[in-house]
Design a protein around this ligand. Sequence first.
Ligand code: CP3
Length: 342
Amino acid sequence: MSMLKNDLFLKALRGETVERPPVWMMRQAGRYLPDFMKLKEKYDFFTRCRTPELATEITVMPIDQIGPDAAILFSDILVIPQAMGIEVEMKNGVGPWLPNPVRSIEAVGQVTVPDIDESLGYVLDAIKMTKQALNDEVPLIGFAGSPWTILCYAVEGQGSKSFDKAKGFCFSEPQAAHQLLQKITDTTIAYLKAKVKAGVNAVQIFDSWGGMLSPVDYQEFSWKYIQQIIDALKDLSPVIVFGKGCWFALQEMSQSGAAALGVDWTCSARNARYLTGGNIPLQGNFDPSRLLSPIPEIQKQVKIMIDSFGKDRYIANLGHGILPNIPVDHAKAFVEAVKNYH
Ligand code: CP3
């Protein structure tokens, strides 16, 4: 295996002392970059995901234009339900659209646990091509949605502010819900193992809708399955868990074998450090909307953020994905403010 020229991110994941924290931004590969918008006009969403040349180009774009310390593969968490036989479309202006949501035990029975090479080989090809393009400059992050977050889309059929149909399914048909969650978990484990084998240097689990659940329900419908994924992956790759709105689970997460934990902007650094015992690397948690502030203000807030987390055992990031309306120079100012930290 070749050596990475910039391994700050992997050092921080191992808890090693660093001269400054590494930085990357969730959803950095697309959304706000003008060159990405141009590709978006030419190719529909899943074509961009399924064409290794396009996925590679989009993944490398922010590395060249913004300069973060890690790349995240351009893809989507919804390629998993798609591979499991659930139809997924991406509608302009609407977002994910699943015409046949999974809402009965019979429907769960029809969901498959697919062969990864056969159904998701295009992602593995994109990883190999991206690794070549990155030329060992920075590490590459692979990712998956948490089983709960995937269930949210599979049952709801689209994005939602409350995911009440998904929650209703879990609470009225828990057996069917657990069957579906286990199928998603088994698929995700095989998928992430294949991604690591294809060359990603770390994996992140996005539990974007974990915060929709009460702390008790979180254990039953989300965390249990994330823990299975960590157990299966942790000896092969560092695993980062990002649970949006899940500060209440940080203590348990810190004892799970995860290499690092993501934190959103509603949880203070002090509270996150307190809940996790101070040892596990934390990642976050700049409010994505804060990137709309004037650049000097961004610089000031970044300094405050790093001072609060501390420079070690810390990966600077946003508290959720970057927003489509962020000016490129503001995104760049965020990354540079971390790089200039002293
Ligand atoms: O840095 C990156 O952008 C890497 C690629 C990436 C995408 N989606 C590309 C994408 C990643 C890491 C994701 C994760 C993802 N996808 C999550 C978890 C992270 C989060 O934001 O909470 C979720 C919940 C999804 C599901 C999803 N995909 C939604 C809700 C949407 C529509 C709204 C939007 O723009 O986020 C998508 C579409 C999507 N995925 C786009 C991109 C660049 C925009 C659509 C397009 O380009 O045509």
